[in-house]
Write a protein that binds this ligand. Structure first.
Ligand SMILES: NC(=O)c1ccc[n+]([C@@H]2O[C@H](COP(=O)([O-])OP(=O)(O)OC[C@H]3O[C@@H](n4cnc5c(N)ncnc54)[C@H](O)[C@@H]3O)[C@@H](O)[C@H]2O)c1
Length: 324
């Protein structure tokens, strides 16, 4: 199949590209190469077009040229802390960019798989795990823009009958994740004997999913999912942030005394958790268990310092609480 992967130069997108190539598919990556997108993430054999999902003409020309069977969209601004500091790029890419993508999807009658997030359900502390029809209660600019994108997609499906499905993965971890995010940030800081940062008291709970399991779920939805349907992708692996950080330190043989507690994010969600009945009914299960996934991730960062070294001057890696 011919698959156009927008945002394919980032963390999950690039893992998805490697996965598709392994299955023998033809892939074209369309990516704006923001701070989060890197050529180094991609195999040298893959076709790459530098382009913005907000640019309708750019998208149209690549669709005309490549004639994809499926478009899978990962393109987004993704870091909650950045969205608190400056929401505008989030609104541009995660809302206006989705509008543009939808217009092109409609015009060329494309099959679209859009990658959303569990964060659209908001804080689930004291509540049941969210099924796909739970209310959207986003708490920060990032999750609000992702929820907006999802709503536009469902409206286009209902109004124009576009062939779009949405997937909502939980927190991903694995190789090639930017050091601004919790697990790589913890690994790299610990390896360098720098204080390891924990927001608040670290009791916030997240559901962790190894990136390869996410890739399999997304491709399953592309092949077998229904248009107009939303698919949660849980990790069935709920852990507190402190537990995650302590496990990384343990696997690296580093002392807990490296942990430094700092002020919590404004609007911090205490807990994300989803049900996964729909994706389970397609036959998907996560295959990588937590400890194996974490060991593989740590091994990758230890062996690929060339990859992360240029990124650690980033202020979201260096500073404790960049919004203050
Ligand atoms: N990482 C997670 O834990 C997680 C969990 C659930 C959902 N998601 C979602 O999965 C998707 C991918 O997340 P990620 O962690 O790989 O993100 P990432 O930040 O690593 O990568 C985002 C990619 O999108 C590209 N991009 C940004 N703006 C663009 C634009 N306007 N036009 C074209 N390309 C653009 C970037 O260059 C980069 O390659 C996002 O939609 C995110 O919301 C991520």
């Amino acid at each position: 199949m011919r698959i156009l992967v927008s945002g394919g130069a980032g963390f999950i997108g690039s893992n998805f590209v490697w996965y598709l190539l392994g299955l023998g598919h033809e892939v074209l990556v369309y990516d704006a190469f923001t701070y989060a997108g890197r050529l180094e993430n991609l195999p040298s054999t893959v076709r790459i077009v530098r382009g913005d999902i907000v640019d309708r003409d750019g998208l149209i020309s690549v669709v005309r040229d490549f004639q994809p069977d499926v478009v899978v969209n990962f393109a987004a601004e993704t870091h909650v802390d950045r969205s608190i500091r400056d929401p505008e790029p989030f609104i541009r890419t995660n809302v206006y960019g989705i509008f543009t993508l939808l217009e092109v999807t409609r015009r060329f009658d494309l099959r679209l798989i859009h990658v959303s997030t569990d964060e659209v359900y908001g804080d689930l502390e004291g509540k049941e795990p969210a099924s796909e029809d739970a209310p959207l209660r986003p708490s920060n600019p990032y999750s609000a823009t992702k929820a907006s994108g999802d709503m536009l997609i469902m409206a286009y499906w209902r109004t124009y009958g576009i062939k779009a499905s949405i997937v909502r993965p939980s927190n991903n971890y694995g190789p090639r994740q930017h050091p601004e995010k919790l697990i790589p940030k913890t690994i790299i800081r610990a390896v360098n004997n720098l204080p390891v940062i924990v927001h608040g008291d670290g009791s916030q709970r997240r559901d962790w999913l190894y990136v390869e399991d996410t890739c399999r779920a997304i491709w399953l939805v592309a092949e077998r999912g229904r248009p107009g349907e939303i698919y949660n992708i849980p990790g069935f692996n709920e852990r507190s942030v402190l537990e995650v950080v302590e496990k990384v330190l343990e696997l690296l043989n580093k002392p807990k005394s490296l942990i430094r507690f700092v002020g919590d994010r404004p609007g911090q969600d205490r807990r994300y958790l989803m049900r996964g009945d729909r994706i389970l009914s397609l036959g998907w299960r996560p295959m990588v268990n937590w400890e194996d996934g974490l060991r593989m991730t740590i091994k990758w960062y230890l062996e690929n310092e060339w990859w992360w070294r240029p990124l650690i001057s980033d202020e979201y890696f260096v500073k404790d609480t960049p919004w203050q």
